[in-house]
Design a protein around this ligand. Structure first.
Ligand SMILES: CC(C)(COP(=O)(O)OP(=O)(O)OC[C@H]1O[C@@H](n2cnc3c(N)ncnc32)[C@H](O)[C@@H]1OP(=O)(O)O)[C@@H](O)C(=O)NCCC(=O)NCCS
Length: 135
């Protein structure tokens, strides 16, 4: 089994500013309905920190997939952010779900499993992704 990793850090106030621009399509182009609903309803009362972590997760996933593409010597396609989704299990652990083009690309790379960890504190949110590829 081969593993690749990706990580990303996001400044929460900068993301909040992008989200607050009502003329911008940023939120709809970046987050799924489920991600927006979770962030809006989270008990923290700070939706931007949850969305910043999810944005970091999407970028970290792109990095891990790009490393995998380099190993396989395949060109990585441009992926829409909404094709990479962060879901939660019954205990609140984050899960990665790939859709559409991201799912097809992962299949072409031989991705067996993708794992994600998130953290946020104050002004920053981080994500760490590992991808396991068939050998
Ligand atoms: C898991 C736990 C320690 C995280 O503590 P924390 O410092 O508040 O977490 P952070 O602020 O760094 O990160 C928050 C992210 O952790 C993730 N998370 C939450 N519960 C998690 C869990 N049980 N396992 C892994 N990740 C978890 C979520 O993605 C969350 O972000 P989100 O709400 O935006 O999705 C805390 O939720 C906890 O004590 N849970 C109950 C007990 C438990 O599950 N213990 C693990 C035993 S091995």
């Amino acid at each position: 089994m081969i593993h690749t990793v990706g990580t990303d850090i996001v400044h929460v106030p900068s993301l909040a500013e992008q989200l607050s621009d009502r003329a911008s399509a940023f939120a709809a182009q970046t987050f799924t309905h489920a991600e927006l609903a979770y962030a809006q309803g989270a008990s923290s009362g700070q939706p931007a920190q949850h969305l910043a972590a999810r944005f970091a997760a999407k970028e970290a996933t792109l990095k891990a997939l790009d490393h995998a593409a380099a190993l396989r010597q395949i060109d990585a396609p441009a992926l829409a952010m909404t094709t990479i989704e962060v879901l939660r299990d019954e205990r609140g652990r984050p899960l990665l779900a790939l859709h559409g083009e991201a799912s097809r690309f992962a299949e072409s790379l031989g991705v067996e499993r993708a794992q994600l960890s998130l953290s946020h504190d104050g002004d920053y949110a981080v994500a760490f992704v590992t991808i396991a590829l068939t050998g």
